[in-house]
Design a protein around this ligand. Structure first.
Ligand SMILES: Nc1ncnc2c1ncn2[C@@H]1O[C@H](COP(=O)(O)OP(=O)(O)O)[C@@H](O)[C@H]1O
Ligand SMILES: [Mg+2]
Length: 394
């Protein structure tokens, strides 16, 4: 009996030591590689797609601004922070101006149906905005963790701190909130950060159930931690299809939902449901004026049902339909390669010149004015689009 207890304790002790070792080695590897990837593009791409047409720059000027003019014989590559630096210089922005604390625009990607391309849009818009020089925080709000995995973070690792954990800690005065411990750095210089998800995010709802003001926990979390959230020019939230308390929190925190519609019959039904949902919220909280921006995804010119679905969508929801229709493109499926274990990043990183990526860059540029996304401290004259709020009658 005594021996048995001894053996068990010994085993427990060894087990704890092993877990501690794994944890410490992971922390160490995180310290040594604070970011996962860094996309870089040639000067022609930077000038034609990322900087143009709002600024008029030459490749010489681009080299000079980014301090690469000495490497004449080598082809220069430009990272998201180089593009940011170039935009700031070309617009004559004073970087020493004290920064205002403000809540960045939130792009909450949502649809009442799965498989419409929400995560594909979330990953590509996040990366594209960053490559355009904007600092972005991606929040994975789906326990399936597609966005987490697409951005290259393994959601099966033990060290995931997700948005549900942060919301719980923010409301519980006994728990110390450390938002930075949740953030994974995807690109260098804070150009793209991620609050990842894992399957345990499903537990958030059962805990939210018992809270007073359960729809606005995330809203309060952001408001009370503006010094962290102000670092970003935009926040992108990917979410699961169902209507959960967590999804209501995302809706309460944002002004405009980005709805992704796959061009088929089921998706058209689901968008009616989502618009109904939005009008319900606006009836209950008239001051909220929740807006919706609709993206048509998966368009293929030789499929007649795509054309029909697009025509119906345009007729019914014209003021809300984004002018950029995302094509059906095989490269989106290749983002999650079965052969390579770790994701190589969204399409805009892997094949920036492809038609799929081009549509994503155009979409992201259109979202700058829709959402009022500005480089911190400049472009301040861009105001988000305002339109009549969706009411109960629509
Ligand atoms: N425009 C597109 N062209 C081709 N395949 C697409 C496109 N958009 C999404 N897909 C594919 O559809 C599937 C579902 O996309 P996903 O973004 O995971 O949907 P959701 O997040 O809405 O559940 C994925 O396999 C993805 O590669
Ligand atoms: Mg998804």
């Amino acid at each position: 009996m005594f021996f048995k207890i001894y053996v068990d304790f010994n085993f427990l002790f060894e087990y704890i030591k092993f877990i501690k070792f794994i944890y410490e080695s992971q922390m160490l590897s995180n310290q040594h590689s604070p970011y996962i990837r860094c996309p870089a593009v040639r000067s022609k791409f930077a000038l034609d797609h990322l900087l143009g047409p709002s600024v008029n720059a030459s490749s010489y000027l681009l080299k000079k601004i980014t301090g690469k003019e000495k490497r004449e014989r080598m082809r220069n590559l430009y990272t998201p922070s180089d593009i940011r630096q170039a935009k700031i210089a070309l617009h004559g922005i004073d970087q020493n101006k004290p920064a205002k604390l403000r809540r960045p625009p939130i792009i909450h990607i949502r649809m009442a149906k799965g498989g419409t391309g929400k995560s594909v849009i979330a990953g590509n818009v996040t990366a594209a905005l960053s490559m355009l020089g904007y600092k972005v925080l991606a929040i994975d709000g789906d326990p399936q963790a597609s966005l987490t995995n697409m951005l290259g973070v393994d959601s099966s690792l033990d060290d995931i701190v997700h948005i549900g954990h942060l919301m719980l800690a923010a409301e519980d005065t006994r728990k110390k909130l450390d938002i930075d411990s949740a953030i994974k750095h995807i690109y260098p210089d804070g150009m793209l950060d991620l609050i990842p998800a894992d399957i345990t995010l499903t537990q958030t709802d059962s805990w939210l159930m018992s809270r007073v003001g359960r729809d606005s926990v995330l809203d309060r979390l952001i408001e009370e931690n503006l010094e962290i959230f102000s670092r970003y020019d935009a926040i992108v939230i990917d979410s699961a299809p169902g209507t959960t308390l967590l999804s209501y929190n995302f809706m309460a925190a944002c002004k405009t939902i980005l709805a992704v519609v796959w061009l088929d019959r089921e998706s058209l039904k689901a968008i009616n449901l989502l618009v109904g949902n939005v009008s319900e919220i606006n009836r209950a909280y008239p001051e909220k004026k929740l807006d919706i921006e609709i993206i048509a995804n998966g368009y293929h010119p030789s499929y007649s049902h795509c054309k029909e679905a697009l025509a119906i969508l345009a007729e019914k929801y014209k003021p809300f339909l984004n002018e950029n229709v995302i094509p059906h493109y095989s490269g989106f499926a290749k983002q999650q390669s079965l052969l390579i274990e770790q994701s190589q990043g969204p399409l805009v990183e892997q094949e920036p010149n492809s038609i799929g990526a081009k549509a994503m860059f155009d979409l992201s540029k259109s979202l700058l004015s829709r959402y009022g996304i500005t480089l911190f401290g400049f472009d301040e004259n861009i105001t988000p689009l305002t339109r009549k709020a969706i009411s109960g009658g629509e």
